[in-house]
Design a protein around this ligand. Structure first.
Ligand code: HEM
Length: 364
């Protein structure tokens, strides 16, 4: 966790199409060079790809940050890129100057999630999908899930009761995966949940590994597991189509949606977006929960105050005999403030990718 002192890594893939050829052209004309941030572009063609994958990526980025500061250039997976690691830079790229960038992920990652996932798109397809995801997370939908989410939380805590040493982040990942599955598929048959979990774990392991199709490598295994995930989602869709149930979960929204031209989504588009949302939801939620645990552990007084607030609700519910209600979740002022403060303080997203659509000047 100590290496996560970096707030956000934003890898902006400064497009070879725009800036790099431009720089080369300028060099030829003996015009002044565009000033690039410090850093190393590594070897011709492969850049610093091997350095990144031969160690923990966090170590690679932390070393670079120590050496060059919060903005540095590199060359990874065939792309000249600039890495930004500060909240100000994240705001610049994602909020105030978002129009200068478009979402472009390395092909290896796009292939793993699924090319039709909303992250990789802009325009009407993106906003159509975004609305569907947002609808599936509306308060009316979440309200009905509160008792099920509580049951998942209790089961997660029960599994920790053996007193064994565990990795908090891994445990939080298991919890957030189960909640993700619940909000995507509703109450899903155990057989499907287990198969999804097993294959998703393989995809998760291979996602940040060196992208080679060589059999037996984590990346190749992850691609195979990704295919199986698509097949499982297709099977679930077929089963639902037979039952003709108008479900109010993400899968239901995706299956019943039509765009402005009356087009429905294909099974592949649905699978890519389901896996994409699971990906977006799992590590982020697990990371935030882990930080909350850490901060509360470090501040005993605050921990006691949160416990007192939670205990009051527990007692109102007859010592947990009655399930937590939506209105109770809306009435936990201290817990809510702790969550908000952790959002402010913690670094949650490890990195995201953008491609500059024009030459961008940042901090001179
Ligand atoms: C602590 C929790 C979370 C944090 C800090 C977080 C943060 C973010 C950030 C910073 C982005 C923008 C990434 C980019 O544009 O490159 C993003 C996108 C997204 N997140 Fe989350 N997220 C969290 C939880 C979730 C959950 C629970 C879900 C789904 C149920 C979700 C679904 C999405 C989706 C679908 C996008 C893409 C939106 C788009 O392209 O318009 N996230 N998230």
């Amino acid at each position: 966790m100590e290496t996560i002192s970096i707030v956000i890594y934003i890898c902006i893939f400064l497009s070879t199409l725009f800036s790099y050829p431009l720089i080369k052209k300028q060099k030829k004309k003996h015009e002044p060079l565009v000033k690039l941030p410090p850093g190393s572009m590594g070897w011709p063609l492969i850049g610093e790809t091997l350095q990144l994958y031969s160690q923990d990526p966090k170590v690679f980025f932390t070393d670079k940050q120590k050496r060059y500061g919060e903005i540095f250039k590199s060359h990874i997976l065939g792309c000249p890129c600039v890495m930004l690691a500060s909240p100000e830079a994240a705001r610049f790229v994602l909020v105030t100057h978002a129009h200068l960038f478009k979402p472009t992920y390395p092909k290896s990652k796009e292939k793993m999630i699924g090319p039709s996932a909303l992250f990789f798109h802009q325009g009407s397809y993106h906003s159509h999908l975004r609305k569907l995801v947002q609808s599936s997370l509306s308060p009316e939908t979440i309200r009905k899930l509160v008792p099920d989410i509580e049951a998942i939380a209790i089961s997660a805590l029960d599994s920790l009761a053996s007193g064994q040493v565990v990795n908090s982040f891994h445990e939080m990942k298991k919890f957030s995966f189960d909640v993700g599955i619940l909000s995507i598929f509703g109450r899903l048959d155990d057989k499907y949940r287990e198969k999804l979990k097993e294959n998703y774990c393989i995809v998760d392991k291979g996602y940040n590994s060196f992208p080679t199709n060589f059999p037996g490598t984590p990346y190749a295994k992850a691609l195979e597991a990704r295919k199986r995930l698509g097949d499982i989602v297709s099977e679930i869709i077929c089963e639902r189509e037979e039952k003709k149930l108008p479900d109010k979960d993400l899968l239901g929204y995706l299956m019943n949606s039509k765009d402005e031209r009356g087009q429905v989504l294909t099974k592949d588009q649905i699978a890519d977006n389901i896996i994409g949302v699971l990906f977006a939801a799992q590590d982020t939620t697990a990371s935030l929960l882990t930080w909350i645990l850490k901060y509360l552990h470090d501040d005993r007084k605050l921990l006691e105050a949160v416990k007192t607030e939670q205990k009051a609700t527990y007692e109102v519910n007859d010592g947990g005999k009655r399930p937590l209600t939506w209105s109770q979740t809306r009435n936990m002022p201290l817990t809510y403030r702790v969550i908000q403060e952790c959002f402010r303080m913690a670094s949650i997203i490890s990195f995201t990718f953008r491609e500059a659509v024009v030459d961008v000047e940042y901090m001179g």
